[in-house]
Write a protein that binds this ligand. Structure first.
Ligand code: ZN
Length: 263
């Protein structure tokens, strides 16, 4: 790891992510609060804007947008989470290594329905926006959450420019090997986005990966970015419910991404 390998990191975060909207009790504002407390002043923080209706309509039906607009208590948080993902992707194009401490998460948001504490598909909206703006032609999405990212998978199904990789192995060795081989199967792309769920953690529901495993996964992804995406990489928070260790797992993934990207 080079001396300044952490320098390009930016944390994308907005206090509106703490909004106490009604959802499952495990998907608490304490998740992002805990991560931000742990990150402290380690990295610069950038506040995003909410995304626009047009951004949402890149991936979702008008019916879903109208339904969510009526969910007053969480609509601004959901739009700002998607806006945060867009900002992450834009900053990655500028050579930074952004991590979005976003809430609500997004990978279970499908074109016309949503579930699993997700409302808009933050990752899919971010990648679709870059494509619409002519900034990238291709992308790889690496989803390391415990749960299959069905929304992202459906949104990009049949789109040859966007490859969605859901890693699902249930032992650490197999999970890391699957991550490596899934990425190695791809020649290259313009950008890599990681849907970073931490619910595969050994003390979380998945009872699988250690903190050091998250570092290793970050290194593999960072190495892929170095050789195959021109260094363009970012990550956004999806699931993860063992609140006390979300911060240290986030840092491990970020440090791994930087180390792998630096070579
Ligand atoms: Zn999950």
């Amino acid at each position: 790891m080079t001396r300044n390998a952490g320098e390009p990191v930016r944390i994308i975060y907005h206090p509106v992510y703490l909004t106490p909207y009604s959802t499952a009790s495990c998907e608490t504002p304490d998740r992002v609060r805990s991560i931000m407390t742990h990150l402290g002043s380690r990295y610069p923080v950038v506040e995003p804007e909410p995304c626009t209706d047009d951004d949402i309509l890149l991936c979702h039906s008008e019916g879903l947008l109208i339904m969510e607009r009526h969910a007053d208590e969480r609509f601004l948080a959901a739009r700002t989470a998607a806006g945060g993902a867009i900002l992450c992707a834009r900053l990655a194009l500028d050579g930074l290594v952004p991590f979005g401490v976003l809430r609500p998460p997004g990978h279970h948001a499908n074109p016309d329905h949503n579930w699993g504490f997700c409302f808009f598909n933050n990752m899919a909206i971010a990648i679709s926006r870059l494509i619409r703006d002519g900034l990238v032609n291709s992308a790889v999405i690496l989803d390391i959450d415990l749960h299959f990212g069905d929304g992202t998978d459906v949104i990009f199904r049949g789109n040859p420019g966007v490859r969605v990789l859901n890693i699902q192995s249930s032992t650490p060795g197999e999970f890391i090997a699957e991550t490596r081989s899934a990425l190695e199967s791809i020649q290259g792309a313009d950008i890599l986005g990681i849907s970073a769920g931490f619910d595969q953690y050994e003390r979380d529901w998945g009872a699988n990966l250690s903190t050091e495993d998250y570092r290793t996964i970050g290194e593999i992804a960072g190495g892929f970015a170095r050789t195959r995406t021109g260094g363009r990489i970012f990550a956004i928070l999806e699931g993860g419910y063992f609140v006390p260790d979300l911060g240290k797992n986030t840092v491990a993934l970020i440090e791994g991404m930087c180390a792998g990207r630096a070579g």
